[in-house]
Each structure stands twice: as C-alpha cells, then as structure tokens.
Design a binder for this molecule. Structure first.
Ligand code: FES
Ligand code: FE2
Length: 396
C-alpha cells in the first residue's frame, strides 16, 4: 500500500464512533505525525490573550509543541506573535517566560530587534554580503489572527480563516471572555501533567460529580444544561445552569465557592477547542488554559486567570481568591483531574479500546447535541482527530 504511514496500517480504527484504540496514546511514530499534521498543521492554536502583555514592550514566551514563540506588544500597541528565533542564525531570542523590554538582543552576535520585531542593529554590518539591508531581516512571524483579544497562530499556509475554524464556538468563546474580551490578567498556574496530550484533551462532562470529591462533600448538584459540538473541527462546549451549594461547615471561607453577580447569565461554560484549548467561565473564574504537548507522555498547561476590566477592586480580589482555590490544577473542585490524566496514561499501555458509554444512543452515528453530563460530547472531537491523522474507520 503506497502513501500509507505505518501507524495507519497497524492500528485498526473501530467501526463504532464511541470506541478509541488505546495504542494511539502511546505510539511514538504517531506522536511525531501528530506534531506535523496537527500542531504544525492546518489548525489554529491560541497562544496569548492581549491582556497578558498590557504595556508596550511586554512579552511572553511559549511553545507550540516543539516550536518556540515570542509574543510582544509593540510600541504601537499591537500584539504580535514571532518565532522565538534570531533572523541571523536562529539562536533563541528570549528565554524568560515574561517581562518587558524596549529592545530584544540576540546574545550570539548581538543583533538587536525592536518591539515590532524589526532588526535595528547588527555589529560589523559593512563586512556583510553586498546589498545587505536590515529591513530584510525582521523576526519571522507565523500566520496569526485574533478574536476578543485572544491571539491564535497557525504554522500552516493551508489553514482556513479563524472564523471558519471556530464555527459556532466563536459565540461561546466570546461569552466566556466576558462578552467583549476586555480582560485583565490576574495570575497563572503552570503545570505539567504526565499524560499524552489526547488524554488531557479528553476530559468529559460525565466525570465531575463522580471523580471530584468536593461535589459530594458540599452536596453540590449540577444544574440543567446543554452540551454541543461543532459539526466540523471537533470543538465542544458544556453550558450548565449554575447551582451553588449552601454554605456548609466543610469549608471555612465560603467565598471560594460563592457566585457574585456580574451581569452575566448564571451559568458555567467550559469550551474545548481542537486540539488542546480549554476556556471556561465557572463561578467567577475566567480561565484560559494554554496547553501544548511536551513529549508523548507529558503536556504543559498554563492556566491563565482573568478579571474583567470593568470589575471593581473587591471583585478582582474575589476572582483571585476563587481562581487560586476553586478551579485549576490544585483547585478544590478540580484537583483530582491531574491524577486521572496520569492514571489513564498508564492504563493506555494495555491493549484494547477505550469505550464511551454515557449519552451514546447509537454507536454507528455521530451526534452533535448532548446533555451537559454526557461523555459522548467528546466523540465529534475524536472523529475530527481520526480524519486529521488519516485513519480509516473499519466498515460496519
Ligand atoms: S544568531 Fe542571533 S545574532 Fe547571530
Ligand atoms: Fe475534572
């Protein structure tokens, strides 16, 4: 068979939409193919919200899989994503996670760039090739587009527009970002999970009250809600009417789980964009989780937390307290996820298939509307992944 990758020949993709072969989580050649087809492929990847770099010269660095990026707000107020590599011989330009600089100097031969990425100085220029012009050597930039201040990049020239990529998820994303994206950064949690990136991205609507002990301890029931998936791309969103438990002796500072009215409908929203972004607005926590694979068995997640620019200082303090303690890698109602991500990865070294059940009414068909506590909402995401990686589904 010509043109087929070894992993496509070896791994049998089941006929049923609710079955996933476990080998895909642990096979090294497939991991490399995922980097090429998905992370360097025709997808949009969120890399920063503009509010993370509020002032001219503010920067942050991040990685998109193995590709280093540098995000800078220029003197002109514009936020740009660059490859974090010198235009001379590709030395990594910036190593700090974040900071502020008026100029970015490459230490190797001291080429100097301004905050718009233009080359403004280079030693010994008279001895360079004839006709050398600094204008021809800015820091290179990947394709980029933004929505509500959230900057996305893609490393492929073939990617559709961001609008076409997001589909209906665009409305959910704007809603999560306070309706207008006018956010103010209040902090980060940076964490590495020892799991494959697909297991991290496979968190579902079924598990929260079952895995997370705080829901039981606080006698906290989920409200009515809706879950939908986009018909292409495999994004999905869970919207739940927000119920908040009555104050209880289990928790000393009940403000950690208190909902303060911010003029938004009282509901929690969790949006997962293919391949790895999770954005959520839950209680008063506005969070964007920037995630990337580090290795086949490791992901890095930067949980960024935000207030809204219209918040008063007391609301900002409330959001900081709640963001630190309620949701996130060490949050009261979400901390068990880290353990499960790792244990699922260990379990995935065994043969066979992972089988989705909750909310699956017909395994031979894909649906796009679910109950908020179904796990079947993940299946359109898996179907998009299957096609992106070129697996052929077994005939029924
Ligand atoms: S590699 Fe940056 S100045 Fe030479
Ligand atoms: Fe969870």
């Amino acid at each position: 068979m010509t043109g087929q990758e070894a992993y496509q020949r070896d791994i049998v993709w089941p006929a049923n939409y609710n079955e996933i072969p476990k080998e895909i989580f642990v096979r090294q050649d497939l991991y490399q193919a995922e980097i090429n087809r998905i992370f360097r492929g025709p997808e949009w990847h969120p890399v920063a919200h503009e509010s993370e770099v509020p002032l001219p010269g503010d920067f942050k660095t991040c990685n998109l899989a193995d590709v280093p990026l540098l995000i800078i707000r220029g003197e002109d107020g514009k936020v740009r994503a660059f490859y974090n590599a010198c235009s001379h011989r590709s030395n990594q330009i910036e190593v700090k996670p974040s900071g502020n600089r008026t100029e970015f100097e490459c230490p190797y031969h001291r080429w100097l760039f301004n905050s718009a990425g233009e080359l403004v100085g280079c030693p010994n220029q008279r001895e360079f090739t004839p006709g050398f012009d600094k204008k021809d050597y800015p820091l290179a930039q990947p394709r980029q587009e933004s929505l509500g201040g959230l900057l996305f990049v893609t490393l492929s020239p073939d990617t559709d527009s961001l609008d076409d990529f997001l589909q209906e998820a665009k409305t959910s994303l704007m809603d999560i970002m306070g309706g207008d994206g006018r956010l103010r950064l209040i902090g980060y949690h940076r964490v590495r999970y020892l799991t494959n990136w697909k297991a991290y991205s496979d968190n579902d609507g079924y598990h929260p009250p079952l895995l997370h002990q705080a829901f039981t301890m606080l006698n906290w029931q989920g409200g009515a809600g809706r879950q939908y998936a986009t018909t292409g791309r495999g994004h999905y969103c869970i919207d739940t009417e927000l119920t908040v438990p009555k104050p209880t002796s289990v928790i000393r500072d009940t403000s950690v789980i208190e909902f303060r009215d911010e003029g938004r409908p009282k509901r929690s929203s969790v949006l997962a964009l293919f391949p790895m972004l999770v954005a959520s607005n839950y209680l008063n926590v506005i969070s964007i989780r920037f995630a990337t694979p580090v290795a086949i068995d490791e992901v890095e997640v930067n949980y960024a937390y935000f207030a809204h620019q219209d918040d008063d200082e007391e609301m900002v303090r409330h959001r900081i307290r709640q963001s630190s303690n309620a949701i996130g890698p060490s949050g009261l109602i979400s901390m068990e996820d880290a353990s499960v991500f790792h244990r699922v990865h260990i379990g995935n070294r065994t043969p066979g298939k992972a089988v989705f059940q909750k909310g699956v009414t017909d395994p031979s068909r894909l649906s796009f509307e679910f109950r908020q506590n179904d796990e079947s909402g993940n299946l359109p995401h898996w179907e998009y992944y299957r096609a992106a990686m070129g697996f052929r589904r077994t005939a029924a």
